[in-house]
Design a protein around this ligand. Structure first.
Ligand code: BG6
Length: 287
């Protein structure tokens, strides 16, 4: 079967390629393209539903980070919200080639006072993994939220990696606690990196390894891009980050709507998508 429901996870198969989605968080925990794993997953990641997964592609909703405004409806939520720590349901297969499947999460929760529904679609093709999200306001009042695909990409060696197409964009740098315009035509990661590039133009962001394009990331309705690597000390401090030197083999490039909130009226639906291509070919249009 191209879409196999294995109780706690779903495996999507397209030719030689597979994507494995843990129902906990609807987290893509593996993407094997032509026999090679493309995502980084911590060896210490908990896959039993006891906490969000460290690695793969956790989903951040309805708040990015920890809400600082104590009066905001997301104030009681944990860092990065609840979507990555909730049990999603497989809704079924949607397309055959590329192979697509949909996952749903709906609530009513005690820690966020709105009725909502989320539909995530995961689509697998040769050299491509696409993910699209619909957020629907099922409530009688408007709500606001942030969304982000917290994508952990596997790289051979972080010291050989460059992230391109961010030059000229505004960067909020949480490591040096400053905002500036990115000058580098290609961003190198040489230590802890926690940056949000805000309102990134409609460009494909690429991850290079020794000058070769490893990944191309296209975005739709996701104006912000977080680039994150914890480096040695932060990796050491995370109980579920293993091996501790694993930061050498990962980079998070995280398309999101995370610098500002999306405001959604009653009955409204907001849609966004990311597409990751191995190498340089991309088909999704829009920033
Ligand atoms: C990134 C944030 O998106 O996620 C970082 O920019 C954060 O500040 C990182 O440390 C990991 O977050 P968490 O909650 O998964 O440990």
């Amino acid at each position: 079967m191209p879409v196999d429901d294995l109780n706690d996870r779903v495996v999507i198969t397209h030719g030689n390629n597979t994507a494995t989605i843990l129902k906990h968080g609807a987290t893509v925990i593996s993407w094997v393209n032509n026999g090679e794993e493309q995502l980084w997953l911590s060896q210490g990641a908990r896959l039993d539903g006891s906490r969000p997964v460290r690695g793969g592609i956790p989903l951040v909703f309805p708040v990015f980070g920890k809400q600082k405004d104590e009066h905001h409806p997301t104030a009681k939520l944990p860092q990065h919200g609840f979507a990555r720590d909730a049990e999603w349901e497989l809704l079924g297969q949607t397309t055959e080639d590329p192979v697509g499947a949909e996952f749903g999460l709906a609530g009513g929760r005690s820690d966020w006072p709105y009725k909502f529904s989320l539909i995530l679609s995961v689509t697998l093709a040769n050299d491509k993994l696409a993910m699209a999200i619909d957020v629907k306001n099922e409530d009688e009042q408007e709500f606001d939220f942030q969304w982000l695909f917290h994508t952990y990409l596997r790289v051979p060696d972080i010291t050989d990696v460059l992230v391109t197409n961010l030059a000229g964009q505004h960067c909020d740098d949480r490591v040096v606690n400053a905002g500036y315009t990115e000058k580098a035509p290609a961003v190198a990661i040489t230590g802890e990196c926690d940056r949000m590039y805000v309102g990134v133009e409609d460009r494909t962001v690429q991850v290079l390894d020794k000058g070769r394009v490893l990944f191309s990331l296209a975005r739709k309705n996701l104006p912000d891009v977080v680039v994150w690597n914890p480096w040695d000390k932060k990796a050491e401090a995370m109980a579920d980050f293993a091996p501790k030197q694993g930061f050498h083999e990962m980079i998070c490039v995280e398309p999101g709507h995370a610098a500002t909130m999306v405001v959604l009226p009653p009955g409204g639906t907001w849609s966004a998508a990311q597409e990751i291509a191995v190498g340089g070919e991309i088909s999704l249009q829009g920033g």
